[in-house]
Write a protein that binds this ligand. Structure first.
Ligand code: ZN
Length: 293
């Protein structure tokens, strides 16, 4: 099942829906009032509620004029992100000269940073590139994990049982700020620099997340294309590493890193400009497309 957060036309309230294969959104709480309460409530609920959601998705009516929001519009804490987690990207990033953090190309342990919850925007929302005064805005298409059952000290072997599902994140980055401030939060945490969506593919439909494949197009030109199995540190390793001392909670997001093909990998770099459109696709999750303002 693909779950979305959406708004009815002309209404402010965010509701949980199911995204059908034909693109229609089903309002789950319209069929089953127990499903009122938003995505975080559903993610944190007992598995029986997910079964109710499945049942409602099968019979519920399609919504006219639904607007999709980020599936988790306000994550419980900052969005966890992982730097340099694909070999070819680690090489292009080292070669670009934009990495002020270290001389090593492939890290010995996961490089974890975060983006504030205020950076999250939904599908179709414009990326406010003007917030970067240095004109160095870049895209990073990434598969993101949505944590279901929380915990601390989660072992690799149990990690996938803590995954609620998978979505797509664009880890938008102001490269000059990333370089200048060494720590990456100022370059990557700007408002609107974390497009997310369109849907959460529930974990039962992706028992092997490594089999998912990610592509990124800018204005129709393919820039990134890689299987998630190319990750240097796989999803269980990331969950074990982060949860070793930080309690993961339902709805926490882990963006797993970006493959080769980002704008700074080109010589000269190809940064985003106003009017560009970034389209990230993971088969079965869907397409996350955002224009650049
Ligand atoms: Zn990234």
């Amino acid at each position: 099942m693909r779950l979305v957060t959406f708004r009815h036309a002309g209404r402010l309230e965010q509701r949980v829906g199911a995204l059908r294969d034909d693109g229609a959104v089903v309002d789950l709480a319209a069929t089953d009032p127990l499903l009122e309460g938003g995505m975080l409530a559903l993610v944190a609920a007992e598995p029986a509620m997910l079964e109710r959601a499945r049942a409602a998705a099968r019979i519920g009516p399609a919504v006219e004029g639904a607007t999709l929001c980020a599936p988790v519009p306000r994550p419980p804490k900052n969005v966890f992100c992982v730097g340099k987690n694909y070999h070819e990207h680690a090489k292009e990033f080292a070669g670009s000269g934009f990495d002020a953090s270290t001389k090593e190309v492939v890290p010995e342990a996961p490089v974890v940073f975060s983006k504030p919850a205020t950076s999250v925007i939904g599908p179709g929302e414009p990326i406010p590139a003007g917030l970067d005064p240095t004109g160095s805005v870049d895209y990073e298409g990434e598969l993101a994990v949505v944590i279901g059952r929380g915990g601390r000290g989660i072992r690799k072997a149990d990690a996938l049982s803590h995954v609620f599902g998978y979505t797509i994140v664009n880890d938008v980055t102001a490269r000059t700020l990333q370089h200048r401030h060494r720590q990456w939060i100022l370059g990557k945490g700007l408002d609107g620099f974390c497009p997310m969506g369109p849907a959460i593919l529930t974990a039962d439909e992706a028992p092997d997340p490594g089999a998912l494949r990610l592509t990124t197009h800018v204005n129709g030109e393919k820039r990134q294309d890689a299987p998630v199995s190319d990750l240097i540190f796989d999803i269980p390793t990331l969950i074990e590493t982060i949860s070793a001392g930080i309690t993961l909670e339902p709805g926490d997001i882990i963006a797993t890193g970006t493959p080769a093909g980002v704008g700074i990998g080109f010589d000269p770099p190809r940064f985003l400009r106003s009017g560009d459109v970034v389209r990230i696709e993971v088969a079965r999750i869907g397409v996350l497309e955002n224009p650049v303002a």
